[in-house]
Write a protein that binds this ligand. Sequence first.
Ligand SMILES: [Zn+2]
Length: 107
Amino acid sequence: MPDPYWAMEYAKKQVAPGWYGVIERLVADLAALGWDGDVRHVNSDRGALLFLIGRGSERIWKRVDQAIKESIRTCENCGARGWLGICSGCATARIERRVSRWPLPPR
Ligand SMILES: [Zn+2]
């Protein structure tokens, strides 16, 4: 039997910690709107939270849509304000890690 608490625990395992707040607020609001907790699939898809549910009222679907928009503006890694799921600090760090693995140019 699905329930919102289980759905929240499941959803948090599918994304990085920066989005935990987005998911916690979403599931709390959905539960208050009468959502049954039937979550089908959750993941991070190109900078946006994907949160697929079984059934829901108009208000439930709108709240999910709001969480998706919120995730796009929130860094999935650290929770800071960002764009497409990443903040400028984490984007810079990611590029620096990548560059550090490149071979040194010949002298
Ligand atoms: Zn970040």
